[in-house]
Design a protein around this ligand. Structure first.
Ligand SMILES: C[S@@+](CC[C@H](N)C(=O)[O-])C[C@H]1O[C@@H](n2cnc3c(N)ncnc32)[C@H](O)[C@@H]1O
Length: 211
């Protein structure tokens, strides 16, 4: 599903059913919090920049922003205006973050054009929960572009974490052709016999970061 209109309809239908509340693909923040905590603790001191690509109305970016004791600047991006409107309302209703200087911004934009929206080499951490999966089902070429755009806006020492139910036999060769390096795979959950993986990758050392 890489059609914006289909996602708009999906989120608009959910909103009609009551006040804005998170809807999570696969699972929410809790299942990934240990992994995220270990990545954030490994960063140099100072504010860390995080981008949730294809955030939808997930709890991931919102809870990370609220619960992190490390100062974060979280950007949540989706191309569905219905999702971004709903997330913006959830943010307005949410309690203040643990770290008083943390902030969260919602962006309406296309994840295959990240380098037009953000400075190259600016993020410490990119999160993709189910987004690459949905683009892959519609158009593998666009999915490759999504991954390469993620890698372009990452800092050289940063990492991209993709959460997916796709088997490593298929996902790893795809990520390699999209330009990912040092790919690590961890099974983070098993629900009803389905394994969910965290694929962690970083930009190739040779990739130039141009501004
Ligand atoms: C499977 S859902 C996952 C949503 C969210 N990450 C979660 O975990 O619940 C895929 C999301 O990717 C968004 N999406 C798909 N293609 C996109 C693109 N090219 N640019 C930005 N967002 C996109 C959709 O609108 C949808 O919110």
């Amino acid at each position: 599903m890489d059609q914006r209109e289909a996602w708009d309809r999906f989120y608009a239908r959910r909103e009609k059913n009551g006040s804005p509340h998170p809807f999570d693909w696969f699972f929410g923040y809790k299942e990934i919090s240990t992994l995220l905590g270990s990545v954030l603790r490994g960063l140099p001191p100072g504010r860390a920049r995080v981008l949730d690509v294809g955030c939808g109305t997930s709890s991931l970016g919102l809870e990370l922003y609220q619960r992190s004791s490390v100062q974060l600047h979280v950007s949540c991006l989706d191309f569905s205006s219905a999702a971004i409107q709903c997330l913006t309302r959830m943010l307005q209703d949410s309690p203040p973050p643990c770290h008083p200087l943390s902030k969260l911004e919602c962006h309406l934009g296309d994840a295959t054009e990240l380098s037009r929206l953000f400075t190259l080499g600016s993020f410490h951490l990119l999160l993709d929960k189910g987004t690459c999966d949905s683009v892959l089902r519609g158009c593998p070429q666009r999915a490759r572009r999504l991954v390469s755009e993620c890698l372009r806006v990452l800092r050289p020492e940063g990492c991209l974490i993709q959460i997916s139910d796709e088997d490593p036999d298929a996902r790893v060769p795809f990520l390699e052709t999209a330009g990912g390096a040092n790919i690590n795979i961890g099974e983070i959950a098993r629900v009803n016999g389905i394994s969910y993986y965290a694929y962690t990758l970083c930009p190739k050392a040779s990739d130039p970061v141009l501004t």
